[in-house]
Design a protein around this ligand. Structure first.
Ligand SMILES: [Zn+2]
Length: 186
């Protein structure tokens, strides 16, 4: 985006932090830093065909709760995908066994058409895109995954059913390892 256009947008549509209401971004750096980042791997619900689950943060945190809620529900602040992706990247960086996701492909869980229409964007797809960019990995939108390792992205993990379903599809299509990657777990 051009500097001038960005300036015009900032003047007419200023962004306010969802936690401290300071002007500048939808989740300022100070508030983002209050989100605790898990430094261990969270076990996925069993039985599972996931090789592992990257869960960036607990949900029980004011900034994370607000970020998820304002992203998935009105006012649908889609640029919060950037801060949510940042949490997942921080989580990967904090894993002490130096896990590497080199050569992985990134994809997202499927979203009901109705939800995507209501929001005006595909939430998990958007988070997957930000994560792929940050990790410099390719983002895919198909099941051409034979022999590949996959990072499967969703926002929140509750019972794990939608993630498990997509992971199964990917495995059936020949994926080698499927890792879940989520912002938080409820
Ligand atoms: Zn703030």
């Amino acid at each position: 985006m051009g500097m001038l256009w960005k300036f015009v947008l900032d003047v007419f549509f200023p962004k306010f932090c969802i936690r401290c209401h300071g002007e500048g971004s939808h989740l300022c750096e100070d508030c983002l830093s209050t989100i605790p980042i898990n430094s261990w791997l969270y076990p996925p619900a069993q039985p599972t065909c996931l090789a592992g689950l990257l869960c960036a943060s607990p949900y029980q945190n004011r900034a994370m709760e607000r970020a998820v809620s304002n992203f998935l529900n009105p006012p649908y602040l889609k640029d919060l995908s950037l801060q949510l992706a940042f949490c997942i990247v921080s989580h990967i960086a904090s894993l002490h066994n130096e896990m590497s996701f080199e050569n992985f492909l990134v994809t997202a869980v499927s979203e009901p058409e109705k939800e995507a229409k209501r929001r005006g964007f595909r939430a998990s797809r958007l988070l997957a895109k930000e994560l792929a960019t940050a990790l410099k990995l390719p983002l895919i939108n198909n099941n051409e995954v034979r022999g590949k390792n996959i990072l499967l992205v969703d926002i929140v993990y509750t019972d794990g059913v939608s993630m498990e379903q997509k992971a199964q599809d990917l495995k059936q299509a020949g994926a080698r390892e499927v890792w879940g990657a989520i912002a938080c777990r409820k």
